[in-house]
Write a protein that binds this ligand. Structure first.
Ligand SMILES: C[S@@+](CC[C@H](N)C(=O)[O-])C[C@H]1O[C@@H](n2cnc3c(N)ncnc32)[C@H](O)[C@@H]1O
Length: 205
């Protein structure tokens, strides 16, 4: 595996319990409400980089959606299996999603794209476009500033990678996914740009 991704995978394997214990300090209720209001009751949702499955995968399941979670950290996924056993939880790399075209009505990636090496972001959005149905909905949070580097996170080595907001939004648009809403939110102590966007197929980008 790519060295940068391996830092992230090993990092989350090491800090899975600490991260889960800290996760409740991020209240995503507002974005969940907005995202879910656009979805039909029987929607099938992918949580890409689902982590320990709380709160988002579990809340999506409680709202009645079919939830599929993907994460490449075995220890995060083990916690997710306890938190949301009803979800289909798959160990895998979200930059290599093997799902069929048009598999999902919705897709969320919360605090996970910021860990993907940015040279892979354009192809990541293209794969989201491919596996989302036409009209499918995407909720992601992006970093606000262009930055790539490593630091220590809960005592583990960690890697982060972000484009400028302008470039990131252009990539989303180029993939055929169009913004419905976008806003900076400070949740917990972290500031991210949250977007809800709709997938468009069969029409000019
Ligand atoms: C900050 S945590 C967020 C977890 C969850 N989305 C949440 O909101 O709590 C980032 C998660 O993304 C996962 N992740 C990062 N890069 C990944 C990749 N390339 N493939 C699969 N999972 C990845 C990590 O293992 C970790 O569980």
């Amino acid at each position: 595996m790519n060295e940068k991704k391996e830092i992230v995978r090993k990092g989350y394997d090491k800090i899975a319990r600490e991260y889960q214990a800290y996760r409740h300090t991020f209240d995503n209720a507002e974005v969940l409400k907005e995202f879910s209001s656009h979805l039909s009751k029987s929607a099938r949702i992918l949580d890409a980089g689902c982590g320990a499955g709380i709160p988002f995968a579990r809340l999506l399941f409680q709202l009645g959606f079919e939830v599929v979670g993907v994460d490449f950290s075995a220890n995060m996924l083990r916690l997710a299996k306890k938190s949301v056993p009803e979800a289909a939880l798959i160990k895998g790399d979200m930059t290599r999603l093997g799902f069929r075209d048009n598999s999902f009505d919705g897709l969320v990636a919360l605090y996970s794209i910021i860990h993907i090496p940015r040279e892979m972001h354009a192809s990541l959005y293209q794969s989201f476009h491919r596996i989302l149905k036409p009209g499918g909905l995407m909720l992601v949070c992006l970093g606000s500033d262009e930055w790539e580097g490593e630091d220590e996170y809960f005592g583990a080595r960690m890697f982060w990678s972000e484009y400028s907001l302008k470039e990131a939004l252009q990539m989303v648009k180029s993939a055929g996914i169009r913004l419905l809403s976008g806003k900076h939110l400070i949740i917990g102590k972290e500031r991210h740009y949250w977007i809800i966007a709709r997938n468009h197929k069969d029409d000019p980008k």
